[in-house]
Design a protein around this ligand. Structure first.
Ligand code: ADP
Ligand code: MG
Length: 283
């Protein structure tokens, strides 16, 4: 079915959910800072998707021209899943990720996250939801200039309203995950490229998000560092029973995800659909 990404799910490092139940119970509660409720309750409904989009569209207007980037994307991501989005450049992968991370509005469609209709929320509820629900790793590190590693990690916590006494252990934990505790008070712009990328990952994890959106997180790294970054993500997702959607061009990175979809012509295709279409075209 066009636009419906129904692809096979492979087992990867991610383990079965032990936190879906906690999330289920949380669904009706207001989301509050520092109350991510991780890992307390066994899960009765592991397969409730953490996010689901239906018929998502995105158009850009430039002058008199309308560019239709997303033409009806359908996608569900389950707790514990690590989904890779691949596709040629300019297809709208970053745009899609920005929309999922509530950093950019969609033109149309529906977006449910944790059972809540995200597009129906007002802007401040959307902002609050984003800060507490999602972590974002940008294509370039986007660290704050002239600040330390500590300050880069503290900022999202302040923004999410986490109390001062709770911040330090969370910062420590996030830096431990990327093996950078020894750089806590280092100026961020004096770190190597690989270290900066690890700080940007720690910054995305510091809030213990329930879903991480990462735009080519290993794009600037060599194979060894890319593998290490993927190890960090796997560890976090297994520990926290989070989920992840990442954009990548690297087949090795995609191989380490539980599922791969391809963005082509404004819709998502599973691996199997793409292979069948390529055989059709060749025939
Ligand atoms: N703010 C914008 N205004 C106009 N066009 C945009 C804007 N952002 C992205 N686009 C266009 O949307 C398309 C998809 O871009 P992008 O999401 O960055 O693709 P990808 O990440 O797959 O390389 C491109 O043609 C790009 O030029
Ligand atoms: Mg991009």
């Amino acid at each position: 079915m066009r636009g419906q990404a129904k692809s096979e799910t492979r087992p990867a490092n991610a383990k079965g959910s032990s936190r879906g139940g906690a999330r289920e119970a949380e669904k009706e509660k207001p989301v509050s800072a520092g109350n991510n409720g991780k890992g307390n309750t066994p899960s009765p409904s592991v397969n409730e998707p953490i996010i689901r989009v239906e018929d998502l569209t995105k158009e850009f207007q430039t002058g008199s021209e309308v560019i239709k980037v997303l033409r009806g994307v359908n996608l569900s991501v389950n707790p514990g899943e690590m989904l890779a989005i691949m596709g040629p450049s300019g297809m709208g992968k970053s745009t899609f990720l920005f929309i999922l991370g509530l950093l950019q509005p969609a033109t149309g469609g529906k977006y449910m996250a944790k059972g809540r209709d995200v597009f129906a929320m007002n802007r401040s509820d959307q902002a609050r939801f984003r800060r507490r629900f999602a972590g974002f790793v940008f294509q370039s590190c986007n660290l704050f200039e002239h600040t330390t590693v500590y300050e880069n990690l503290e900022f999202p916590l302040i923004y999410a309203g986490v109390r001062r006494k709770d911040r330090d252990p969370m910062i420590q934990e996030a830096l431990e995950r990327v093996n950078l505790t020894h750089r806590l008070h280092h100026p961020a712009n004096r770190l190597s490229g690989g270290e900066q990328q690890r700080v940007s990952i720690a910054r995305a994890l510091v809030n213990r998000p329930e879903i991480i959106f990462a735009d080519e997180p290993t794009g600037q790294l060599d194979r060894n560092h890319g593998n290490l970054v993927m190890d960090h993500f796997h560890e976090f997702i297994a520990d926290q029973q989070s989920s992840m959607v990442l954009v990548t061009h690297d087949p090795d990175v995609a191989d380490r995800c539980t599922r791969v979809v391809h963005l082509r012509d404004g819709v998502l295709h599973s691996q199997a659909q793409l292979a069948a279409e390529e055989i059709d075209r060749a025939g």
